[in-house]
Design a binder for this molecule. Structure first.
Ligand code: XLS
Ligand code: NI
Ligand code: NI
Length: 444
């Protein structure tokens, strides 16, 4: 059925690109989907994705009060028909906001039933609907995932639950989530270990829980192979919230975990800006750590509030932060089959449908602008040349032998004693580089 014959839920037209001079708040100023971008269109290059959970399930509820946001498609008491309408509203939005991808958790799109069998039936209904809408609109699935953290059964974890029965339930749920992700042609599948961690070590066998998590991930890899799912698996690190401590604390501990259990070939990282800062890192740091191991996968694009200690999941309009991240992503050769998924939500008082558009327009424009600035930084090469120069003593002679693993302590001792003497300190030039970065950012 063509889109036009359906009820339209948003009284907003498809967002046009009008350029930096535009004063229309419902237009893109930097994200021109059709613009060329290194051999493809900017739309294909950026691979923006909409997070179904925040934009179509989040209604502004917080621990102090219920939702504030009312949406026309949410009216009605039959959960399945509401879910079907909500899915149509979502695809209307994906098209109007020029996003080529979306992401979801199983329980975002279909109501949980009284039994697993009923939940699976509900999911099948909604997956069939999503498949038809994907076909009709050309919007694709960046990644799927399972919600293993909301239902009370998961209060002490899913794969790391002390009860094997809960482990088995989670396994059954992920099996199904993998199958529907495959059915929808998903480019990936994400594991965010929401409650995979602990509240107190008084009741926790930390070693055993991590073994169980590894066993779970191994079964997922195995099942993907069995059903022919070739999408990329991602680990999404987060240090805390909801748990006091989560095992996938940050990219570095994720890498250590994967290598410990021999899983590193099967996973890359989905890096979320706000999770990076919660772990005490910058967004760029997490990207660099993943990239240094060839494990940079995808990005959950959002930002936190530096004055708050939790995951505020805000839309990111910080050109500097994203430009730095983009420079690292480009140096690493891009995200490949990953993308920029707006895992971000409206503030509680942003209750109008237009707010959903303003939020994504701001995020997309900022990323598109950062892409252009980062491209210039890389093609000018000043920064890269500076860094290369800083390490040039490793390019030849004994430096080279150090890098190649052919140097030994006695040889280096001899060199220092007989020839090199005291090293001459060289400036790190941080302030000079910060000024250079500002010139790129402001164009002035
Ligand atoms: C929560 C996570 C979650 C994952 C998907 O903090 O960011 O939304 O991206 O399960
Ligand atoms: Ni996320
Ligand atoms: Ni988050």
């Amino acid at each position: 059925m063509p889109m036009k014959t359906r009820p339209q839920y948003f009284q907003v037209p498809r967002i046009p690109f009008e350029g930096p001079g535009s004063e229309n708040p419902l237009a893109f100023r930097h994200y021109d989907p059709a613009a060329p971008a290194d051999g493809m269109t900017l739309k294909e290059r950026m691979r923006f994705s909409i997070a179904f959970w925040h934009s179509f399930r989040g209604l502004g509820g917080d621990p102090f009060g219920p939702g504030t946001i009312r949406r026309p498609w949410e009216r009605g008491s039959d959960a399945l028909s509401v879910a079907l309408r909500r899915m149509e509203a979502a695809f209307e939005f994906f098209v109007k906001i020029e996003a080529p991808f979306w992401c979801f958790h199983d329980r975002d799109i279909a109501p949980e039933g009284a039994t697993l069998a009923e939940s699976n039936r509900n999911l099948d209904r909604l997956v069939a609907h999503a498949k038809a809408l994907q076909k009709e609109t050309g919007v694709r699935l960046l990644w799927g995932t399972a919600n293993l953290f909301s239902n009370p059964r998961y209060m002490c974890g899913a794969a790391t639950n002390p009860d094997a029965h809960v482990f088995a339930y989670a396994a059954a749920q992920v099996k199904k989530a993998l199958e529907v992700t495959h059915e929808l042609g998903g480019d990936g599948y994400t594991f965010w270990g929401g409650r995979e961690g602990y509240e107190t070590l008084l009741n926790t066998d930390l070693g055993r829980e991590q073994e169980h998590l590894a066993a779970f991930l191994r079964m997922a890899v195995d099942h993907a192979k069995r059903i022919g799912f070739k999408g990329q698996f991602y680990i999404e690190p987060k240090p805390k919230e909801p748990m006091k401590h989560q095992y996938d604390f940050d990219v570095a501990s994720g890498i250590a975990f994967l290598r410990t259990f021999g899983l590193e070939k099967h996973f890359k990282f989905n890096i979320e800006t706000n999770h990076a800062t919660l772990a005490g890192h910058t967004f760029q740091h997490e990207i660099e750590v993943a990239a240094s191991q060839g494990m940079l996968g995808s990005v959950d694009a959002n930002s936190g509030d530096m004055l708050l200690g939790w995951d505020t999941d805000q839309f990111n309009t910080d050109v500097k932060e994203i430009t730095l991240a983009m420079v690292s992503i480009m140096r690493a050769g891009g995200l490949g089959r990953g993308g920029f998924n707006f895992d971000a939500k409206l503030r509680r008082p942003s209750i109008d449908p237009e707010d959903l558009f303003y939020a994504h327009i701001g995020g997309m424009d900022t990323y598109a602008l950062a892409y252009r600035v980062a491209r210039r930084i890389i093609s000018d090469g000043h920064l890269d040349r500076f860094v290369a120069g800083r390490y040039s003593s490793y390019d030849s002679g004994f430096g080279r032998r150090i890098e190649e693993g052919n140097a030994r302590f006695p040889e280096l001792e001899r060199l220092v004693l007989s020839k090199l003497g005291e090293p001459v300190p060289r400036s790190g030039r941080q302030e000079y580089l910060e000024n250079l970065l500002n010139r790129y950012l402001t164009g002035a």
